[in-house]
Design a protein around this ligand. Sequence first.
Ligand code: ADP
Ligand code: MG
Length: 682
Amino acid sequence: MLPNDDIAYLKGVGPSRAKVLAAELGIRTCGDLLEYFPFRHIDRSQQSTIASLRDENQYVVLRGTVSNMQAVSTGRYRERLTVDFNDGTGTMQLVWFQGTKWVREKLKPGVKYLIMGKPTVFNGQWQMTHPELEVCSGECVVDSTRGQALPTTHYPLPTNFLPVYSTTEKMKQHGLGTRAMARLTETLVASLGGIDETLPKEIIERYRLLGRREALIAIHYPDSMQQLDAARTRLKFEELFFMQLDYQWAHSERQQHSAGRVFATVGEYFNRFYSEKIPFPLTGAQKRVIKEIREDMRSGRQMNRLLQGDVGSGKTLVALMCILLAIDNGSQACLMAPTEILATQHYYTFRSMLEGLDLGVELLIGSVRTADKRKIKQRIASGETQIVIGTHALIEDDVHFRDLGLVVIDEQHRFGVEQRSKLWAKATPPPHVLVMTATPIPRTLAMTVYGDLDCSVIDELPPGRQPVRTYHRTEPNRPKVFAFLKQQIDAGRQVYVVYPLIHESDKLDLKDLIDGLEMVQSYFPRPQYHVSMLHGGLTADEKAFEMDRFKRGLTHIMVATTVIEVGVDVPNATVMVIENAEHFGLSQLHQLRGRVGRGTTDGFQIAEADLRLRGPGDMQGLQQSGMLDLKIASIVDDEPLVAAARNEVRDLLGTDPTLAAYPMLQDYIRHSKNKMLWGKIS
Ligand code: ADP
Ligand code: MG
């Protein structure tokens, strides 16, 4: 059989099972089946004995003979079939409820069988229901899932390691349980042709990788655990290699085709700001990152840089200084934030920090009055406005810049790919792009996923920040928690109480929030205490009003949904109570924590744990892109392989940019579906 052959023609499949395989697993060709990897193997040589069984429901392999078959009628066409199975150390009862007629005809006393399954104790005796069963000699095979005869194998079973596949209920109903799947892969492997090598020879040699054909067979039927490992390594490497090839190819394509504007000078705005406006020394990390960004912006290539750093690590300040660099070089700059609150907050921060520098700073958000909006847009078009801060409103078609040179995007994961490419189109050559995020994306992931995005990390907090302490408290402790809040408030501090968005509908969330608000208010009665509430259902004005009251210390408690996650800085707020914390992801909790105290433990470790728990596909923003659909490799667990694949691709493209010496890789690129997607990002 060849990889492109229709799976229906594989012996043992046929049209109806082919339909089930396609519907349940997307398996349509022999190649698809070949790449449906088992999730584990049973070592048939590791046989147990009945006498040594201890635990129920552990998968075991036993070898013995059957006797004393009994059928008891349990309905009109139904019966329960039992036989005694003896392995020389003890006896176990085997039980069938289905396919009993066939089992009755085929099971022969005196024949040695290998049985596999999970034993249980019933009436003080070991028993196994619907065991998987094979004749030891490899002659006749019983498919226990339906009791149907499947084609007899004409060659010895390949190895001692029996592959175990995930199957669905529907598959089982059609005789496609894990053993049946194993028999299909076995048939396929025995007649497999047309598997070509895809990796360059020197790479295979350098890492001593198995060949592709050998690996694809061994991952189903390994001779040994070592060979299974080698097969997995080879297939993981291959997967990561081609993922890297997609990204890096797109990256170099873009570098060749997108010249960037050159910001050669450090001018008056930057220098005056640096010497007159910053009341504290920059951290080492801030200095390093500004230098990296400067290098990019004068390189002649368009910058695409991700700036990572915890909440409070000073990213916004770095962004502001880069914006001044752009302005010093005659360009305009904009900063795009995901919410109106955050945009407004940035606007006021910028205004106060830039006071006296004689710069046109403007806020453009949806809730600005139409007449004002028109005027703002005119000033942007004329160049009178040098810095624009806003939300999505910035990417609307009627926003024209005189000369947009730098785009800063805060919390990039809230913007889709398409939105970002719209910003790109607002200037020729395209503006430099700096993406700021507080989500600590692990380095490996960032480099893999943003393979074509450069990455700067602020890994140092300004001095003097208090570390945040985290406690987990259950409902009975609520009075104690609230007593603590009271103590803080009475000492002049402010607190947050945060509710997760749990429900599909905003209405239900609002109800939770309002219930919560009432509860908080009952503990903190007026007129002594004042409580604010902030949630997605409020208008921008209402939000700004509530936020402002809290900021100015007029309210003591802010009850909110996660809207505060995206950036509200109230230094006087020292405590945050997170209700139903189990509904938040770890990265989200980490961001919330950043709202109080500002210190932090290692965010990267948290992100990695989060990734393990939720899977990378679930990281915000990555989900929609669906580009991390890895079959066998794991970005988190296979870090060394990720690095090796990345380096190999880099070297390859470095010495042979068109891949002239590698027709098979060129061919891959030509057919790759990821190419276009990544060429367009940011
Ligand atoms: P981020 O955008 O990473 O959340 P910000 O740039 O908003 O961080 O900085 C948080 C606070 O810390 C701001 O009040 C800012 O003025 C202050 N800050 C920034 N850099 C420093 C520094 N090097 N030393 C002291 N304070 C700083
Ligand atoms: Mg910030």
